[in-house]
Design a protein around this ligand. Structure first.
Ligand code: SF4
Length: 159
């Protein structure tokens, strides 16, 4: 136990230095800088999930900007949606969106979520995220880098 404590003390903080805050007002200003987020994989290849995991890990630490992942849409202020929306996921995505209390926001992560990306016109794809639910923030990239995901989340929290 003592060794672990010494190691923690020696290592210190590993998070990247915080980039400066944008002058733009927060999209979710009414939430006071704290946004609870439910992630929905609507048909992703899981590349975007790897980067989301990294964005919330100790190096990029999205939680220090007020973004926090939660397990239920009923506890969430925003959805973080990845992938093109497959036919099987269109209705669950719609229902998950409806389960969020007002005010609610949607962040589409990755090119598939924005415009179906490499899966455009695939037989199992119903459309992009904005074809199923309203989208407030889009984060480009295949997959987007963790810094870009954190940047998109900061647009919501304003921190
Ligand atoms: S944007 Fe790229 S990494 Fe993300 S789900 Fe689509 S193919 Fe996968």
């Amino acid at each position: 136990m003592l060794n672990l404590w010494r190691k923690i003390r020696r290592t210190g903080r590993v998070a990247e230095p915080a980039p400066p805050r944008s002058d733009e007002p927060a999209l979710a200003a009414e939430l006071g800088g704290s946004v609870q987020i439910r992630h929905v994989d609507a048909g992703s290849c899981n590349g975007c999930e790897v980067e989301i995991g990294s964005a919330f890990g100790p190096v990029h630490d999205a939680e220090r900007y007020g973004a926090r992942l939660v397990a239920s849409p009923r506890h969430a202020d925003a959805l973080l949606v990845t992938g093109p929306v497959t036919r099987n996921m269109a209705e669950p995505l719609r229902r998950t969106y409806e389960a969020l209390p007002e005010p609610k926001f949607v962040v589409a992560v990755g090119d598939c979520a924005r415009n179906c990306g490499v899966f455009a016109e695939a037989y199992g794809v119903a459309g992009a995220v904005r074809d199923v639910v309203p989208v407030d923030v889009e984060i480009a990239g295949c997959p987007p880098r963790p810094e870009e995901i954190v940047d998109g989340l900061r647009k919501l929290t304003g921190r």
